[in-house]
Write a protein of this length. Structure first.
Length: 367
């Protein structure tokens, strides 16, 4: 057994009264004591990257080589690194309750991560793992979670905060998701792969936007989330709203925080997108039925014609590589509207999952 494993195990046992449930992969435990053997272009380093700190300010971090020992927090960080082909450098992955929530093509790499936990491991345990890079949300680097970016930077550990997770960032745009993927591509010497992932997203958006331009029709979409008895609106400052508008759709109630059933009736949208939080991912029908079974809304055209679509939170909040899923899903809904109105052109087609298919993903809005 490698020398650090007993120390880490002892720490987890000592903290077991309040510690998260940790899944260990015995076959890949040697990662904890060693470093991934990597090939990298030494001519690209040292590399300076502007990265957010705990205060929402951009600071320059200098990398003298790609990270080799990574702690990744939340699904967007984990899956984006897996998509870039650097999963063998992840020593701890946190924020995903089960492998089924990971894209199928990444599941084997995810399972190979030595330590996995739904909740965050404590700071002391992470320190014992000796990471050289920690990726997460702004809330990850807070006193109640893993402490500040300054805490880690002072100890020689690089940090990365997803730009759309920063509270000070009021406009959560798709450009920020592009920037995160491209930045991580530079940091890990995977620029070509990062650029191809971003180009795929841009192409999907252009394809659907082109359909709207060609037909002159701009589908009117409403994006909502049920918050108890209230209906919240995802407006122009949200990633979901930004994606819809870039596809030349019209974002309804874009300046509102909440909406009433009376307003939904008056607006009569072409489509309604319902945000699902993590507890709803495996049974989206229950949330959609809150609209379909509401008698007051029975004459709203998109409800009557079954054009209400679920949007898992993991794909519209600091979503990383999963942004592509939402681009395709929103684009597919828009193309379905075109087909139903007789203005669809086969030259423009977006991937759209079958209605009622399982929507898998895992993400928490906070932490």
């Amino acid at each position: 057994m490698v020398k650090w494993l007993p120390v880490i195990a002892a720490g987890l046992i000592f903290l077991s009264g309040c510690a998260p449930v940790v899944k260990e992969n015995g076959k890949t435990m040697p990662r904890i004591d060693g470093e991934a053997k990597i090939e990298w272009n030494r001519e690209k380093y040292p590399l300076a990257v502007e990265i957010l700190n705990s205060h929402g300010e951009k600071e320059r971090q200098v990398f003298y080589s790609p990270p080799k020992r990574v702690a990744a927090v939340w699904q967007n960080s984990i899956e984006t690194l897996l998509a870039l082909g650097v999963g063998d450098r992840i020593i701890a992955g946190m924020g995903v309750p089960d492998r089924k929530y990971i894209r199928e093509e990444y599941q084997a790499s995810y399972e190979a991560i030595p330590y996995k936990s739904l909740e965050n491991l404590d700071t002391e345990t992470i320190m014992m793992m000796r990471p050289d890079f920690i990726a997460g949300w702004s809330s990850t680097f807070s006193a109640k979670v893993l402490r500040s970016t300054e805490f880690w930077n002072e100890r020689g550990v690089h940090t990365y905060i997803s730009q759309n997770s920063a509270p000070a960032n009021r406009n959560r745009t798709i450009e920020n998701e592009y920037a995160d993927i491209l930045n991580l591509g530079k940091i890990f010497d995977r620029e070509e792969k990062a650029e191809s992932l971003v180009e795929e997203m841009k192409d999907e958006i252009s394809r659907t936007a082109g359909q709207a331009t060609l037909t002159g029709k701009h589908p009117r979409g409403l994006i909502i989330e049920f918050m108890g008895s209230d209906i919240s609106v995802y407006g122009e400052e949200t990633l979901a709203g930004d994606i819809l508008r870039r596809m030349n759709g019209e974002l309804l109630a874009s300046g509102q925080q909440q909406i009433s059933k009376e307003q939904i009736i008056e607006m009569d949208p072409d489509a309604i997108f319902v945000i699902l939080i993590e507890g709803d991912y495996d049974h989206p029908k229950q949330k959609l039925d809150m609209l379909y079974h509401e008698q007051a809304l029975r004459d709203v055209r998109c409800i009557r014609e079954k054009r209400v679509y679920p949007l898992p939170l993991y794909s519209v909040y600091s979503s990383g590589i999963r942004t592509l899923d939402r681009i395709r899903y929103i684009g597919g809904a828009i193309n379905e509207i075109f087909k139903n109105t007789g203005v669809y052109h086969d030259s423009y087609c977006a991937c759209f999952p079958p209605r009622g298919s399982a929507l898998l993903g895992a993400q928490h809005r906070h932490g």
